[in-house]
Design a binder for this molecule. Structure first.
Ligand SMILES: [Zn+2]
Length: 187
C-alpha cells in the first residue's frame, strides 16, 4: 500500500480496483498454487452485489418486498446499534422471507436479539473496511470501521463492505410476515 493523492493506493493498482466513486476495494487473495480465492474472501464480493441489487444475503434470490418495504433482519451483530433508529447503517443485505425465518430458527442467539424491519427508504451510504493513516514509508492500517462516502478520510479507507443506511422503516413481527407471505404465495 502506498500513499498517493491524499489517500491510499496499490503500488500496482488497476482501474477496476476502485469503484465509480474512487473508493479503493480490498483485493481477492489468490492462494499460490491453488488459483482460486481463499475461503471467506468471496463473501465480500457477494455482499457488495447483494447490497447493490437488493438480493437476499442467504440464497442470493430477490429479497422480499411489499408495499410496506423491503425485509431486513438487524441486530444479530453485537457491533450494530440497538434500538434501531432511522439513519443507522448496516452491512447486512436484505433477505427473503424463507431465509429470514430459517436464519432465526437456526440460531438460538438470533432469536432473542434480532429485529425484523420493513424498510421503505434506504440508500447505500458508505463502506466498511480498514482505515489507514500516513505511516513512515508506507501508510499503515490502524482501525476497522465504517465511513460515509462523503467523509474526508474516505481516501484512506480500504473498503470491504458496502453499508446501507436504513432511512424509514417499521419494526415488524417476523411470524406475521411469514404467515402473510404464505398467504400471498401459492404453495
Ligand atoms: Zn433467501
Amino acid at each position: 500500500m502506498i500513499a498517493k493523492n491524499g489517500g491510499i493506493a496499490y503500488a500496482d493498482e488497476r482501474p477496476y480496483e476502485r469503484d465509480d466513486m474512487g473508493i479503493l476495494w480490498k483485493r481477492i487473495g489468490i492462494s499460490p498454487g491453488k488459483g482460486r480465492p481463499e475461503f471467506g474472501e468471496v463473501h465480500f464480493l457477494r455482499q457488495r452485489r447483494a447490497m447493490r441489487k437488493l438480493l437476499c444475503q442467504v440464497c442470493g434470490g430477490p429479497s422480499d418486498r411489499t408495499p410496506e418495504g423491503t425485509l431486513w433482519l438487524v441486530g444479530e451483530d453485537p457491533s450494530e446499534p440497538g434500538p434501531w433508529k432511522p439513519g443507522d447503517l448496516t452491512g447486512h443485505p436484505p433477505l427473503c422471507v424463507s431465509c429470514a425465518v430459517t436464519a432465526v430458527l437456526a440460531c438460538p442467539h438470533l432469536r432473542n436479539r434480532y429485529v425484523a424491519l420493513r424498510v421503505r427508504s434506504f440508500v447505500v451510504a458508505g463502506v466498511h473496511g480498514a482505515l489507514y493513516r500516513p505511516g513512515g514509508l508506507f501508510p499503515e492500517a490502524h482501525e476497522a470501521g465504517a465511513l460515509a462516502f462523503e467523509h474526508w478520510r474516505i481516501g484512506w479507507m480500504l473498503a470491504g463492505q458496502l453499508m446501507m443506511e436504513l432511512k424509514e422503516f417499521t419494526v415488524v413481527d417476523l411470524e406475521s410476515e411469514h404467515t402473510a407471505y404464505l398467504k400471498r404465495t401459492p404453495q
